[in-house]
Design a protein around this ligand. Structure first.
Ligand SMILES: Nc1ncnc2c1ncn2[C@@H]1O[C@H](COP(=O)(O)OP(=O)(O)OP(=O)(O)O)[C@@H](O)[C@H]1O
Length: 312
């Protein structure tokens, strides 16, 4: 059964003056129970807008979204009981309150009852390694610690659906790995997760499906393996000790998409023929550390999302 059902969802931001911005442009999407759906796309693609509508923080201007059968606009109270929201960065916590106070306060807002709220707060502080700093004000925490408080808060009411907007933003590699373990664990417990991230490795590791979004539209949606097979994304060959002549020969092979050289070489190659030819050149010219990497989400992303001019 679908826990999230989105039909032709749209959101236009209309400023007082000037043209409106279409942040979401007719998104249709269904998410089954126990899925982990990754939302990937460039800055300004519409991912946060979609998350905010699903969590009832923002109204759509067209279309519908239902969570557990409840409409996010007309039945927002029921929807809020089903979701936990994890935001990136400093949004959404009370800096002047301690970690423990933030969790207790949130538990009260969720109507948990003081005994349950206290019990779960202690559980969460322990689980996220916040015990030693539980009575420090959150504004004194590092970004990674703030993220752990966010996660603890979202899980306090044990919601069946978690919406996470860049939850690992600012986490160190250890905390990031801990986060991925947590997602696997939650998935095992039947939790459904919508995860916005710019981290392709994280998405590939934890997501059961990926939605690539740009200009407010879903461009591709499916399991990473399926999407990769469909587009035939280029493979990457890396090598060390590559001569300038070898790099030039590889750059000229039909099927070479890109060659970068910085003492070592990285070539993106389309098709088996280009790959074999490049390997032959590398072996012949005695390159070392030759490695072929299968296409991953980075290649998918680069193929589907057209380059944008970098604009601030
Ligand atoms: N309150 C707002 N008023 C006007 N425009 C907005 C508002 N919120 C978002 N937008 C615009 O809507 C578009 C989509 O923004 P959104 O924040 O959803 O993107 P995103 O995919 O989450 O980007 P990022 O990866 O940078 O977080 C952007 O063009 C953005 O400028």
């Amino acid at each position: 059964m679908a826990i999230v059902d989105v039909q032709e969802l749209g959101r236009v931001f209309t400023p007082r003056r000037g043209a409106g911005v279409t942040a979401l442009d007719g998104v249709t999407l269904s998410i089954g129970e126990g899925e982990v759906l990754g939302l990937l796309g460039p800055n300004g693609a519409g991912k946060t807008t979609l998350s905010r509508i699903l969590t009832t923080l923002l109204l759509p201007t067209s279309g519908t979204a239902r969570i557990g059968g409840y409409d996010v606009v007309r039945q927002s109270k029921e929807v809020r009981r089903l979701i936990g929201l994890v935001l990136g960065g400093d949004r959404g916590l009370y800096g002047r309150l301690t970690a423990r106070q933030n969790l207790l306060y949130w538990g009260a807002l969720q109507g948990l009852g003081s005994r349950t709220a206290r019990q779960r707060t202690e559980e969460m502080l322990e689980r996220f390694g916040l015990g030693a700093r539980a009575d420090d004000r959150v504004e004194l925490f590092s970004r990674g610690m703030v993220q752990r408080v966010h996660l603890a808060r979202a899980l306090l009411s044990r919601p069946p659906l978690l919406i996470m907007d860049e939850p690992t933003n600012g986490m160190d590699p250890h905390a990031g790995a801990g986060f991925r373990e947590l997602v696997h664990e939650l998935k095992g417990a039947g939790c459904t997760i919508v995860l916005t991230t710019h981290d392709m490795h994280e998405a590939q590791d934890v997501c059961t499906r990926i939605a690539l979004i740009d200009h407010g539209r879903i461009l591709r949606i499916g399991a990473a393996g399926e999407l990769l097979a469909r587009i035939g994304a280029p493979r990457t060959i890396r090598a060390e000790g590559v001569t300038a002549e070898a790099a030039a020969r590889i750059a000229e092979l039909p099927g070479t998409v890109e060659v970068t050289e910085q003492g070592s070489l990285t070539a993106r190659l389309d098709g088996a023929q280009a790959q074999s030819a490049a390997l032959a050149v590398l072996v012949e010219t005695r390159a070392t550390e030759i490695a072929v990497a299968p296409p991953g989400l980075t290649e998918l992303y680069r193929t589907v999302i057209t380059d944008r001019e970098f604009a601030l």
